[in-house]
Design a protein around this ligand. Structure first.
Ligand code: NAP
Length: 547
């Protein structure tokens, strides 16, 4: 087994990529083949090279995470909150370097990346506040009833604890908000779980800078070193080793359906299977009802095109399917959307591989006999350049060809024209589970909208009225999840404070002596957490958000 090759260069000063991963707080040079991120505009390698992790380094990261699991779980929630806030501070300090490096690695715009940096910092602070508020603990106490007949009732106390080390796969399309210090990492660390990140190969330098921020925060707030590691790897094997490692207890992933399903299969084949929370594939249907179309068809067309082409369409919430009932206003919608897509200058996608997949996927659907190509935008002359595409078909053709149901990752969308609501419902019944479903409806559409609601509840994790699916608010009530294949587990969300649920599990303590119980169970009033006594919520002395 290969051990870590430690590098004792200073940890906190550089914020400049140096080609190292991070094992339990120590910058570490890998011992495998050297990998490079590429500039998607030029297709050229970006320095420095990153020697990949051997099996020994993956094992080392998991071992350190396992050693940190119990100590970190027992760190008081308020101290974990301080740790998360400190990561946010350290990211802020490195913000310009993160944005500059991410720009060269992803071709995403500076404004977009600045927004993403703000979101990343904001969600860490939100989880810190959530930890302090304490709702996540869900303490339940059913005191003993020794005199109950015919059987006495035992004393039962329940709380939730972190599941243990979590493997997080950085997402190609969110180098900050869904990668090293992104939502999966923030929610797992909040839950009290050590994290081992597999950096996305497309943005290794960004990943290194973000990992350094976490390492400095962990060191300065006294967290166990194994609380965070980041490995880099060439090809599928590194990620597979991570998921197979017996010390890993859950997986967070955003990416392709093929990748998510491969990781799910690996997790299920382990001697001890573990949950995989994979967010994978969604076309995010947008339904245009007749009165809304008649009232504002042109405006809707422009708004749709803006949502479609945002960030080269590289959002999991990209509107890839429009379902419209034929009638007054539809031609205005189509004309304005087609004009906007034709005028779109195109964009450089995240990687040349993603651009190639887009080219193949959009070319395949665009070449079908049963579709009409309404518009194609321009394609910039860059290595990963791509042009937006808008297609039109009818409900019968859509129902007859499953290829039209599949996500084409990028700025490609299909308008399916339906004769009436019945046909539109048939189309909805035929499509797969979704992250979002959007309805544009005016007052005269209310009856149709009401009829659609139960169908949309079954279909998607988030239902949007008179808006667009791109742009995911990070808050307490958000659901960024949905039935398969949007995710592998529709019971959870990967955005918002409810994301912490994925990495917690309940433990009940029956007749356990008070001295052995954690304070929130032995004396919940003094721990100042919300709790239920015999099922009844106990009111708090003061507003928790004031703290
Ligand atoms: P990906 O190919 O699924 O890869 C994501 C991460 O998972 C990478 O770190 C990858 O590492 C790892 N991985 C993938 N397959 C694996 C396997 N079989 N075993 C172990 N690890 C595996 O996604 P991507 O690189 O981001 O982009 C490829 C395609 O994914 C896009 O063209 C797009 O279709 C889709 N995508 C969808 C979304 C969405 O939100 N719907 C977001 C991003 C991407 P290695 O490559 O090193 O194994």
């Amino acid at each position: 087994m290969t051990e870590c090759i430690h590098d004792d260069r200073p940890r906190s000063s550089a914020a400049t990529p140096s080609g190292r991963m991070l094992i339990a707080g120590t910058p570490t040079v890998g011992d495998g083949p050297t990998m490079y991120s590429r500039n998607p505009s030029t297709g050229t390698n970006l320095e420095p090279g990153y020697p990949a992790a051997s099996a020994g380094l993956v094992e080392s990261a998991c071992r350190h995470a396992s050693q940190a699991a119990v100590p970190y779980r027992n760190v008081a929630p308020s101290e974990r909150a301080t740790f998360l806030d400190r990561i946010a501070d350290e990211l802020e300090q490195r913000r310009e370097k993160l944005v500059t490096r991410a720009r060269s690695e992803t071709a995403l715009g500076v404004q977009r990346l600045q927004g993403e940096a703000g979101r990343t910092v904001g969600q860490l602070r939100l989880f810190a506040a959530e930890l302090r508020a304490g709702y996540w603990t869900q303490v339940r106490i059913d005191p003993a009833q020794p005199d109950r007949a015919p059987q006495p009732r035992p004393d039962l106390r329940q709380r939730r604890i972190g599941v243990g080390p979590v493997a997080v796969f950085g997402a190609s399309n969110f180098p900050l908000a869904f990668s090293t210090a992104g939502g999966d990492t923030a929610s797992a660390l909040a839950a009290g779980c050590p994290v081992v990140v597999k950096a996305h190969p497309a943005h290794l330098g960004t990943a290194e800078i973000a990992a350094e921020a976490i390492a400095v925060a962990a060191r300065d707030t006294g967290m166990p070193p194994g609380v965070f590691s980041q490995i880099v790897g060439e090809g599928n094997e590194t990620g597979a080793l991570l998921v197979r490692d017996p010390r890993i207890r859950a997986v967070g992933f955003t990416g392709s359906r093929r990748g998510g399903l491969a990781l799910l299969a690996l997790a299920q084949q382990r001697p001890i299977p573990i949950p995989v929370y994979a967010e994978m594939s969604s076309v995010n249907p947008v339904i245009l009802l007749p009165a809304a179309l008649a009232a504002r068809g042109s405006a809707l067309g422009e708004q749709f095109a803006a949502s479609l082409t945002l960030g080269a369409g590289q959002f999991c919430t990209n509107p890839g399917l429009i379902l419209a009932i034929d009638g007054p206003g539809l031609s205005h919608f189509i004309d304005s959307a087609a004009t906007a897509v034709s005028d779109d200058p195109g964009a450089t996608m995240l990687t040349t591989a993603i651009a190639k997949a887009y080219q193949t996927g959009s070319g395949r659907t665009g070449g079908l006999a049963e579709v009409e190509v309404l518009a194609r935008g321009s394609r910039p002359d860059t290595a990963a350049g791509a042009a937006a595409q808008l297609l039109r078909t009818d409900a019968g053709a859509f129902l007859g060809n499953p290829l039209l149901h599949k996500e084409v990752f990028g700025a490609a969308s299909t308008i399916v024209v339906c004769d009436d609501l019945v046909e539109l419902v048939d189309v909805l019944a035929a499509i797969e589970g979704q992250l979002t479903a959007t309805v544009h409806a005016d007052a005269d559409d209310q009856a149709a909208a009401r009829a659609l609601m139960p169908i949309l509840e079954d279909l998607a994790g988030r239902i949007i009225f008179n808006g667009w699916p791109t742009g995911v608010e990070v808050g307490h009530a958000m659901v960024h999840g949905g039935p398969y294949p949007a995710t592998t587990d529709s019971r959870s969300t990967s955005v918002g404070t409810a994301a912490i649920e994925r990495f917690l599990r309940p433990v009940a303590y029956q007749d356990v002596p008070s001295a052995l119980l954690p304070t929130e169970l032995s004396a919940p009033e003094s721990a100042d957490v919300p709790w239920r006594l015999d099922g009844h919520m106990q009111l708090l002395a003061h507003s928790r958000e004031d703290r």
